[in-house]
Design a protein around this ligand. Structure first.
Ligand code: HH2
Length: 275
């Protein structure tokens, strides 16, 4: 299976692609404040590429539960200068945004992948912006909004419900003019899911393969790992993250979105050989 983006291809199935997280925010749950300075952000991206990142995912608004909304102008000001420099250095950049104006500016600056945690539902202009730019799109499942999503999320069958969501979402994206071979699906670990829902999604990740599109997954340092390990703090969840990355790859993940690129590149390379 391939994913097309402007000027290139990801050929999935042979090896796992590493997406390194670069949050240019003051308040992200794990790396908030670390990379808000553009020079530091660029240096961090270079390090991640050296350590094995294939894609750098640049975000300017935290999506953690209850996070403060950021105006589009501020989000653009945070991400665009960084994206331009990374793209100019030849890095493959995705932009983690739900706002069409931010996405358009990011595409002009050289981002080739849209990572939209609302799966094109957050902004009515987003699908068209992505279609016109011809970028690849990560469609992520979320129940509710970041403000409300962790208030007692309930599902009939979490995997079946997300499968139904993806079927409808793929149809809508196609209708908006985004080609099928540009789409990647992500079940949205931690976005309107209880710890048990997250574990079940990981156990049954292979069921999403029936949709015939590559799968991305973002478990990195998330709270269900802290909880599973008896209350580990966010910076002490690397081994827990490694277990989830290995399990996800064995069940068919094609892209893993991670903070700890050096460690997870090793995990992915090793697991790819076991697969
Ligand atoms: N998780 C986060 C943000 N964006 N995108 C995709 N496709 N999948 C994910 O699981 C995902 C995502 C949340 O993590 P992080 O960016 O580290 O934190 P914050 O939202 O606080 O900036």
């Amino acid at each position: 299976m391939i994913v097309r983006y402007p000027g290139g291809l990801l050929v999935c199935g042979k090896r796992t692609f590493i997406m390194g997280i670069l949050n240019v925010t003051p308040d992200s749950f794990s790396d908030g404040g670390d990379w808000i300075d553009p020079d530091r952000a660029v240096r961090r991206a270079r390090t991640m590429v050296r350590e094995g990142a294939d894609i750098i995912d640049v975000g300017g608004e935290s999506t953690r539960p209850g996070a403060r909304a950021v105006p589009a102008a501020e989000e653009t000001r945070r991400v665009v200068p960084v994206i331009r420099r990374l793209a100019d250095e030849g890095m493959l950049v995705s932009v983690d945004t739900s706002k069409a104006s931010v996405a358009r500016a990011a595409f002009r600056a050289g981002a080739k992948i849209l990572n939209d945690v609302t799966a094109l539902r957050g902004d009515p202009a987003m699908a068209r912006a992505a279609a016109r730019a011809g970028v690849a799109v990560i469609l992520m499942h979320m129940k509710g909004t970041p403000r409300t999503m962790q208030r007692n999320p309930e599902y009939g069958d979490v995997v079946e419900d997300i499968l139904a969501f993806f079927r409808e979402n793929l149809r809508n994206a196609l209708r908006a003019g985004i080609e099928r071979d540009k789409m990647i699906l992500d079940p949205g670990i931690g976005f309107g899911k209880s710890p048990e829902h997250n574990l079940e999604i990981l156990r049954r990740l292979d069921e999403f393969r029936s949709l015939g599109r590559p799968l991305a997954i973002g478990t990195s340092r998330k709270s269900f790992i802290g909880r599973a390990l008896g209350g580990r703090r966010v910076d002490d969840r690397v081994c827990g993250t490694a277990a989830t990355v290995a399990a996800a790859i064995l069940r068919g993940a094609d892209v893993v979105r991670v903070h700890d690129v050096r460690e997870m590149s090793d995990v992915a390379r090793m697991t790819d050989q076991l697969r």
